[in-house]
Design a protein around this ligand. Structure first.
Ligand code: B12
Ligand code: SF4
Length: 497
């Protein structure tokens, strides 16, 4: 049996880092981990090929080569998904679809997909494969059972070429102990985090190391610190040992809740293990909005102080923010700008509230008769799918004002400088100078320092860093490149809406 695994194209979003990756000659931020995991579950004798449309082209002869095309996607990839499905239909190839887009709503793709294998593939895929081999495959496979992560296979990374990607990725756990109103993680993956074993995790690190990879590895968990005890007792000591034995080839980035800042020991161990960045859902500087969405980890605390603690312990904080809560006051936009500037969160991802299916928010708005349509999945596209309490025009204009302000060269570079002054990266952190980074430096000089409208701010940061924090030089260049990306996405997507 020949299986073609296809990952459709992602549009340029803040998260795609599309315009930043050009500086290091990479095409996509991460390889498609879902498909690599699925590939590892297929019978060993089957041939498999993976085409990631974010890094290469899908040729008709690839489709014609396959007996089955397996497709995986998020909602944001919808346009490319439909193109791929239509091509497969035209060329007469059967499609098996799975992953978050189809699990959230497969009905729209009826007629283009032969088999929907939904939810966690560790549970549904073996059932499909068994039926397929028995000659009686069904149309839909779905299960609300939670997969045992200890049985999740080692993703097949031999199917990708590392040179296309900005970072590698690993999933250690699924689920989150919190239950924020707008988030579907708990309904999808539960409130008790399920984890892989230390042996599985180390095998994944070995696998990435064997590719010759050096640099960033994203641990893609919903909330990495969901089970702190296990992290402290088993996982982090094992990663620290592994990193030391391999001369510290990686730096790690992950997603966590803000209560990480309450645990000195955990922060210190994560930094020793090689973590240098955490993405944290800050959501709102307004206490009432945090209460509305049950953001328990952020309530009743000085959030700026918590962020500062993380930065000073050696963890750069990237922040997720939301506007559009019912209890947002009319000054929310100015409050948001002030918070972002005062917290020195350089990579601040601000989005509009979206009501995703399978969330408490979705159910509440439906009951209140305020739900307008299904969400697009891209919370920066201005297509609000419910009736907000604030006037919609005011909300959209205010949102654009926030993004325009925090990514403006003046504000962005001011924040970057303040962050670099505050940040205390681990002394053991190894920065691997490679050709790609030198190329990024030269391209940043050309495209930002000479041709860019923000050139004065760029040179200001470069000179300041060289004199005041020379060890942070590569950070300063990376942040300048991120700023360039955010401004481009803002102009091309948000501003044009
Ligand atoms: C890491 C992550 C990211 C990363 C990397 C994304 C990437 N492409 O790798 C970053 C931070 C960049 C990101 C960004 C976004 N993300 Co995101 N992200 C995640 C997260 C936390 C983990 C994804 C992951 O790698 N999982 C590990 C792999 C192994 O799991 P998986 O892909 O789901 O695959 C499993 C099954 O789905 C299944 N499967 C998958 N594909 C297939 C295919 C077949 C044929 C079969 C049979 C089975 C199958 O098998 C796998 C094993 O069980 C998930 C939440 C989650 N826990 O899933 C959200 C999630 C995928 N993200 C989501 C969203 C909305 C986004 C954004 C749009 C957010 C935004 N508003 O901007 C952006 C868009 C990114 C872009 N490129 O433009 C949503 C998607 C919702 C949807 N229904 O489409 C999720 C589910 C979070 C949520 N709360 O709903 N994200
Ligand atoms: S802390 Fe994050 S992952 Fe957990 S429920 Fe809240 S938003 Fe979702």
């Amino acid at each position: 049996m020949k299986i073609l695994l296809v990952y459709p194209e992602c549009p340029p979003t803040f998260w795609s880092f599309k315009y930043a990756l050009k500086f290091i000659a990479r095409k996509a931020a991460y390889p498609p981990l879902g498909l690599m995991t699925v590939a590892a579950m297929l019978p060993s004798g089957w041939e498999r090929k993976l085409v990631d449309l974010n890094v290469g082209k899908l040729r008709d002869r690839d489709i014609l080569w396959a007996d089955y095309v397996f497709i995986s996607a998020m909602m944001v990839q919808d346009v490319s998904v439909k193109e791929v499905l239509c091509r497969c239909k035209k060329l007469g190839r059967r499609v098996v679809a799975g992953g978050p887009l189809f699990t959230a709503g497969y009905a729209e793709y009826e007629g283009l997909v032969e088999h929907f294998v939904l939810n966690e593939a560790e549970i549904t895929l073996p059932q499909f494969l068994q039926d397929l081999q028995g000659g009686t495959p069904k149309h839909i496979y779905t299960s609300l059972d939670a997969a045992d992560m200890k049985k999740s296979p080692l993703p097949d990374r031999s199917l990708i070429s590392k040179r296309h990607y900005g970072s590698m990725n690993i999933q250690y756990s699924r689920g989150c102990p919190f239950d924020c109103e707008f988030c579907n993680i708990t309904s999808l993956f539960g409130r008790v985090p399920r984890t892989k074993t230390v042996e599985q995790l180390l095998a994944e690190l070995d696998g990435i190391h064997a590719l010759g990879w050096k640099g960033s590895v994203f641990i893609v968990d919903d909330n990495f610190i969901g089970n702190k005890r296990k992290l402290k007792d088993e996982v982090l000591p094992a990663i620290i040992g592994w990193m030391d034995s391999k001369k510290r080839p990686f730096t790690f980035i992950t997603e966590a809740s803000l209560n990480l800042s309450d645990d000195e020991e955990l922060m210190e161990m994560m930094v020793r293990a090689g973590f240098d960045t955490v993405f944290i859902g800050i959501e709102s500087p307004n206490a009432e909005s945090l209460e509305e969405c049950s953001k328990i980890a952020n309530r009743n605390r000085d959030m700026v102080a918590s962020v500062r603690k993380l930065q000073q312990s050696g963890l750069e904080v990237q922040g997720g923010f939301i506007v559009g809560f019912d209890r947002d006051p009319e000054q929310i936009f100015e409050m948001m700008i002030d918070f972002v500037q005062n917290s020195y969160i350089v990579t601040a991802m601000v989005g509009l509230l979206h009501a995703l299916p399978d969330t408490r928010l979705y159910r509440r708005l439906k009951e209140e008769g305020r739900l307008l349509k299904e969400a697009s999945g891209n919370n920066t596209d201005i297509l609000i799918n419910f009736v907000p309490t604030m006037d919609i025009k005011e909300l959209v204009e205010g949102y654009k004002r926030v993004i325009g302000n925090i990514y403006s060269p003046k504000q962005f570079y001011r924040r970057a400088r303040r962050f670099l002054r505050e940040y205390r990266p681990s002394k053991g952190m190894h920065f691997h100078i490679r050709f790609n980074y030198l190329m990024a430096l030269f391209k940043s000089i050309l495209y930002i320092g000479i041709l860019g409208r923000e050139r004065f701010h760029y040179w200001g940061l470069v000179v300041w860093t060289l004199f005041r924090r020379p060890g942070m030089f590569h950070h300063a260049i990376t942040l300048s490149i991120y700023g360039h990306h955010f401004r481009k996405v803002f102009k091309k997507t948000v501003l044009s809406c």
